[in-house]
Design a protein around this ligand. Structure first.
Ligand SMILES: Cc1ncc(COP(=O)(O)O)c(C=O)c1O
Length: 286
């Protein structure tokens, strides 16, 4: 069965390889736009309502008018999932400011561009799941919320890319980013959790992280199964001293961390990680 990626663009579904946008699109020229990464399992987009809600909120924060209503976007994503040949995969939903003259002024852009891609899942790294990944704390600090709110899921990822370059140069898989006060925010493209004395901790968005939808789902599943959860400011010390650490995101789901700045976790993947991963996988198919 072909798993060739497909794309909804200009009111039709075409093979992704044939999809193009203008070189004058401000998404390309200035990173002016918003997006969502969504997984589908068993032909159903997972937590779709939450993703569309966050897209809408990101667009509102950027004064970017979505070219379709929330109901229409939901229907389009659902139609693309149905048109795709695999029952599981990944959706990338993108709204750019659209074409405009050179110069950043969004007011001069004609119409926002809507692009929805359905593509195969990149295979999750089995070794990462069984052994965990190595991480560092990056020297690149998260852009402060009063400069660019981290809750806006925009097309500009340069801040995270700088941290990822640090991880690459250090020969580890992921970088944990701190805010300007030195408190923990998140990974370059994932939220962070730690486990201490059997309780689960993650950082508040206001400290500098995306309001992750996987993170929200993990908190819900943990609460339902009686694991005490905390959303609170974390210092690097808390990460070092924790019993377990893991990252979450739509694409990667849950990834255990086995090392931060050379400090290794004795239990990786830890018991709480394993419990939450099983619950999460189950929830993806319900
Ligand atoms: C910066 C950042 N943090 C966290 C996440 C995880 O968010 P979600 O669970 O909604 O995919 C992402 C996902 O792309 C991200 O880009």
């Amino acid at each position: 069965m072909s798993t060739e990626a497909i794309c909804w663009i200009n009111n039709k579904i075409i093979p992704l390889k044939d999809a193009t946008i203008s070189v004058m699109d401000h998404g390309l020229l200035y990173g002016d736009g918003v997006f969502e990464g969504i997984r589908f399992y068993n032909n159903k987009a997972f937590l779709l309502e939450a993703h569309i809600k966050r897209l809408n909120a990101s667009a509102k924060a950027l004064a970017l008018k979505l070219p379709k209503s929330i109901n229409e976007l939901t229907a389009l994503v659902t139609a693309l999932v149905n048109a795709y040949q695999n029952e599981s995969g990944y959706i990338r939903l993108i709204v750019t400011r659209g074409k405009g003259p050179l110069g950043i002024n969004p007011a001069l852009c004609q119409e926002p561009e809507l692009i929805i891609i359905a593509s195969p899942l990149s295979m999750s790294d089995e070794q990462a799941q069984t052994e965990g990944i190595r991480t560092i704390t990056a020297s690149t600090r998260r852009i402060p919320a009063d400069c660019l709110d981290p809750r806006i899921k925009s097309l500009n990822y340069l801040n995270a890319i700088l941290a990822k370059i640090e991880a690459n140069n250090a020969g580890v898989q992921e970088a944990i980013m701190l805010n300007q006060q030195g408190y923990v925010t998140e990974g370059s493209v994932d939220n962070i959790f730690i486990v201490s004395d059997g309780e689960l901790y993650t950082t508040p968005s206001i400290d500098g992280s995306l309001a992750g939808i996987t993170r929200q789902q993990i908190l819900k599943l943990a609460n339902e199964s009686g694991i005490k959860t905390h959303i609170e400011t974390l210092a690097v010390y808390d990460i070092y001293a924790a019993d377990e650490c893991f990252l979450t995101g739509t694409g990667a789901e849950l990834i255990p961390v086995n090392e931060v700045d050379g400090r290794k976790y004795a239990n990786c993947p830890g018991d709480i990680f394993k419990q939450l991963k099983a619950l999460y996988k189950e929830s993806c198919y319900n």
